[in-house]
Design a protein around this ligand. Structure first.
Ligand code: PHE
Length: 344
């Protein structure tokens, strides 16, 4: 009997140490030896056949053996669990020093950057920013700006009409009339109005049927042409650099009188390169239209031209951006090739 117990312990030890590689197998061993129908149950049954005086001694041997095997199984269980954790840690290991996936950050479009710079300069001078609709009435886009129906100067801006009376605005100037009409009569105005405008133009390196303008309007008592000149000179020095100079040429706009076209000195060659790609040797670049607000325009929107006067100007943001960034094709702004956009 004693030998039987001994060999049983040995067999269990062997099974645990050699055969078992995971918890499931270990449990099979446990059932085989300690389970209800296991080896020990069989032993205990045989005990019935022993002599009465032998029973306590053999019983103790069997119990001790059972405890021994139970301890072996528990130790093995702990070892297997530890091993399992190690394996898991090893297989799920991540290298925190590896570089991460690159996150691409967006940024503002060059036209927005330019528009923001222009706005900032005027906001610093105390101008408000006004807005108007892109789908505009014929009245605000033309009539209130001294361009009655059939006025020949309407041909200067070939328009997209939606109905007889509604069109895509061809300029930001309608915001002048809208702002005057929303004000109390003769109240001073110092505003800019940025926005998109639409004309039936070709789409090429220097034209687009949609582009961006910024309008300016100042009205108060005693505003003169000298104020206009000083303001635009200041603006050009801020946006193109302190050495920039302006030159005024007589021009015509129905809503200003007198009217002028404003050139800025070429920031590429400063008038010194007769082959300059930007100014073609002239030394000057046309950048905006401007003038003293026509008395009829003031009167039509409820202002009294005998009491107040003003000036207005309008410029294309694409043109300013092309000049400041040295870009020679307008279409680049609208095609949004990221290789172009990433450069700003
Ligand atoms: N609206 C004019 C244009 O688009 C520009 C302009 C604005 C001229 C204000 C004079 C005064 O051509």
């Amino acid at each position: 009997m004693e030998n039987k117990v001994k060999s049983l312990i040995e067999a269990a030890e062997n099974a645990i140490n050699s055969a078992v590689t995971n918890l499931k197998e270990l449990d099979d061993v446990r059932v085989k030896f300690l389970g209800k129908k296991g080896e020990f149950t069989t032993l205990v049954k045989i005990m019935g056949e022993l002599a009465a005086e032998e029973k306590p001694r053999i019983g103790k041997i069997i119990n001790d053996a059972r405890t021994q095997i139970k301890n072996l199984i528990d130790d093995k269980k702990a070892a297997l669990k530890a091993q399992e954790l190690q394996n898991k840690l090893a297989s799920e290991k991540i290298d925190v020093t590896l570089p991460g996936r690159k996150i691409y950050r967006g940024h503002l479009h060059p036209l927005t950057l330019t528009l923001n710079r222009v706005k900032e300069i005027f906001i610093h001078m105390g101008y408000t920013v006004e807005e108007g609709p892109e789908v505009e009435t014929d009245y605000f886009n033309f009539e209130a700006l001294n361009l009655p129906k059939d006025h020949p100067a309407r041909d200067m801006q070939d328009s997209f009409y939606i109905t007889e009376e509604i069109l895509m605005r061809t300029q930001t100037s309608p915001v002048q009339a809208r702002t005057m009409q929303k004000n109390n009569a003769n109240a001073p105005i110092r505003m800019i109005a940025p926005g998109r405008v639409y004309r039936r133009d070709d789409y090429d390196a220097s034209h687009s049927p949609m582009f961006t303008q910024i309008e300016g309007l100042v009205i108060d008592e005693g505003i003169t042409f000298a104020d206009l000149k000083g303001t635009l000179d200041f603006f050009c020095k801020k946006i193109f650099g302190e050495t920039a100079q302006i030159r005024l040429r007589p021009s015509f706009f129905p809503f200003t009188e007198p009217s002028t076209e404003v050139d800025v000195s070429c920031m590429m060659c400063h008038g010194k390169d007769e082959h300059c790609k930007v100014c073609h040797g002239s030394g000057w670049l046309e950048i905006l239209g401007a003038g003293e607000v026509h008395p009829d325009v003031l009167a039509m929107s409820g202002y009294d031209p005998s009491k107040v006067s003003g000036f207005a100007f309008g410029m294309g943001i694409e043109r300013i951006a092309m000049l400041t960034y040295g870009i020679d094709d307008l279409r680049l702004f609208f095609e949004n090739d990221v290789r172009f956009l990433n450069q700003f």
